[in-house]
Design a protein around this ligand. Structure first.
Ligand code: SAM
Length: 258
């Protein structure tokens, strides 16, 4: 694969949001995996406060609400995602437990020590794994829990081509053991981690994405930027199929130290 690399963020934001908001999820994951990560979180009370950061259109937010007690504040930078999340919460009869706010994860609207649980599926990379863990910790109660999924190397060495691809897209990608060390250094006790199965990428994320491409291109009348965005995503899928034994998403679950 010799194509020129482009970051998703190089494209027009409205077009990116339109492309991804057509999907049930905006990153690799599944209801089953959300529940698996939740199994490491202790019982929450009706008064528990949960933040779902980088919630997208709310794929995991509904699963979180269906399997926990307490109030969920879902956060995303883009108002369109929050609108979709709210529609979804109403559809599932969960709007009394889920509120949505369009704000940056760099400027969270919480009080120190307010939260019992911070959730971030496929989104902490936007602030960076290390920075997110450090900055968000202030909002957790002592003993509060954090669960984030993050792209990680699954092996200690890998081919140059995929190393270059990820160093360009997200230089903070690292091995699982180094990610866990970062979590410890940020002031958490690592509680569990697990690798997301392939179906979370191929069936739950990439397949619906590919199915939506014709409608997306039709809407943008096959414009060059729309075609380039599509090509960038198709290239990413090719990279995943070729190199999935070297990288994947990993759920990291930690507890804030007392
Ligand atoms: N958690 C969802 C899921 O797994 O389906 C969405 C994951 S998607 C890969 C990352 C999300 O982070 C997007 O919805 C994007 O709009 C949001 N995002 C990007 N930058 C952000 C920021 N600075 N603050 C809050 N959300 C942000």
């Amino acid at each position: 694969m010799e194509q020129e690399l482009q970051l998703v963020a190089d494209f027009d934001f409205d077009m990116i949001v339109d492309f991804f908001s057509r999907l049930n999820r905006q990153g690799p994951g599944s209801q089953q995996v959300t529940r698996q990560a939740l199994s490491f979180i202790g019982e929450l009370s009706d008064n528990a406060k949960i933040a779902d950061i980088g919630c997208g259109s709310g794929g995991q937010t509904i699963t979180l609400a269906e399997n926990t007690k307490g109030q969920i504040t879902a956060i995303d930078l883009f108002p369109k995602m929050i609108t979709l999340l709210k529609e979804r919460a109403i559809h599932h009869g969960l709007s009394d437990r889920i509120s949505g706010i369009a704000v940056s994860m760099e400027n969270l609207p919480f009080e120190p020590g307010e939260l019992d649980l911070i959730w971030a599926e496929g989104s902490i990379y936007n602030i960076g794994f290390e920075r997110g863990l450090r900055e968000w910790k202030q909002f957790l109660k002592p003993g509060g829990m954090i669960a984030v999924s993050e792209v990680s190397w699954l092996t200690n060495t890998r081919p140059d081509e995929i190393e270059q691809f990820w160093n360009f897209n997200y230089a903070e990608i690292d091995t699982i053991s180094n990610k866990i060390k970062k979590m410890e250094e940020a002031g958490y006790t690592p509680v569990a981690h697990f690798i997301l199965p392939e179906y979370c990428w191929l069936d739950c994320f990439y397949k619906p994405m590919q199915e939506n491409i014709p409608l997306f291109l039709e809407k943008y009348k096959n414009s060059k930027p729309a075609q380039q965005l599509v090509q960038r995503e198709l290239d990413e899928i090719d990279y995943y199929r070729k190199y999935k034994s070297y990288y994947g998403y990993v759920f990291y679950i930690g507890m804030k130290n007392e």
